[in-house]
Design a protein around this ligand. Sequence first.
Ligand SMILES: [Zn+2]
Length: 423
Amino acid sequence: MTLSAARLATCPAAAMSVEFYVAGICPARNSRPGQLPAASACELMKANRTAFIHGPQIEQYSYPPECAFSTSRGPRARKMLASMGLLSGAGRGEVAPVPADRGELLTFHVEAYLDALAKAPQGFLDIEGLFMGLGTPETPIFHGMYEYAALAAGATLTGAKLLLAGEADIAFNPSGGFHHAQAACASGFCYINDIVIACEHLAAAGKRVFLVDIDAHHGDGVQGAFYDRRDVMTLSFHESGKTLFPGTGFEDEIGQGQGEGYSANVPLPAGTYDEAYLRAFKAVAPPLISAFDPDLIVLEAGMDCLAGDPLTHMSLTNNAYAEAVRLVRDIGKPLLVTGGGGYHVQNSARGYALVWVVLCGEDDHSADMSLGLGGVMMETADWAGGLRDRQLVTTAAQQAEVAPAVEETVEKVRKNVFGYHGL
Ligand SMILES: [Zn+2]
């Protein structure tokens, strides 16, 4: 699809990518040819430009059916949002991802690993490939795995580039968030670490980046990549490594060398519920982000903290995710958000749809406008109340077990990390 140069020139944002323009980010798309858009419309666009990174090509790939990781969550979230009229409109729209090229993948991964990843589906898997983590139940070999991983990483990178170019304020790739992948090793359903590649791209442009990871699993691959650096600070909230893969992410992992004090971890007990989670999140994330004062924020929003996730033991509802995302959004920095884990497919997809609504600046009332649109339209019988989960009741026993452990963790993080940032 192309637009005439003349029509592009009618919008002051003509420097935008054509896809971005066509997708609906620019309200001026409603202008008649030759007619200048109303100044107020483009002012609005400048005030809130939020990009949903997705394209039909991302729907071509899937992990083997026996694997818990579903590539359908992003597409399902998109479908929900489109059916509710929440995907595009003033100040928001969809942008097609560009696959990451070899050079971009090499900013983190090593050549031999990328070769092994590309060749494995053709039946070329040697002992080296096995040592690189390929061919396990969590990192299976499947047709198109290299192409999928490069596309998913490219989608996150596309978001980073939009932010860098000033073409969007917020970008969301629900098909990203592969935070376990190592430079030469696949791990935990992750082959290409899109987060590291995006952060490297931003850092190479001279930007200081703060990464917040709210996946149920510790973001070990990302932490490892930046452990001795202070231009990219990482903060991960996750179920404790005592009860969950990858078994890392404790309070005393704070970075090393130049990076000492620039990695932070908030391991939470199994059974952590919304209120306790948000208490920890509010106590740690906003103060550290404000003190670090990044140019951009990256948020890995894995949905596997949701109660009922088959692989984890957390008890959040998506209301906690909505609040955490709102708190990060309200800091007001350019924001790159990715998906991540989430193994209850429908709950995760609904969670991502809610994340998008929050990123678009809809307040709680607006989000509740979706009430009554659930059920059939949501293609689930789980919950017919719109995008938000029902509140979960916590027992006194659960509170007695979780709350003190969370408090203790927060205190340790304050003691171990806050001093490096004048807090
Ligand atoms: Zn996870």
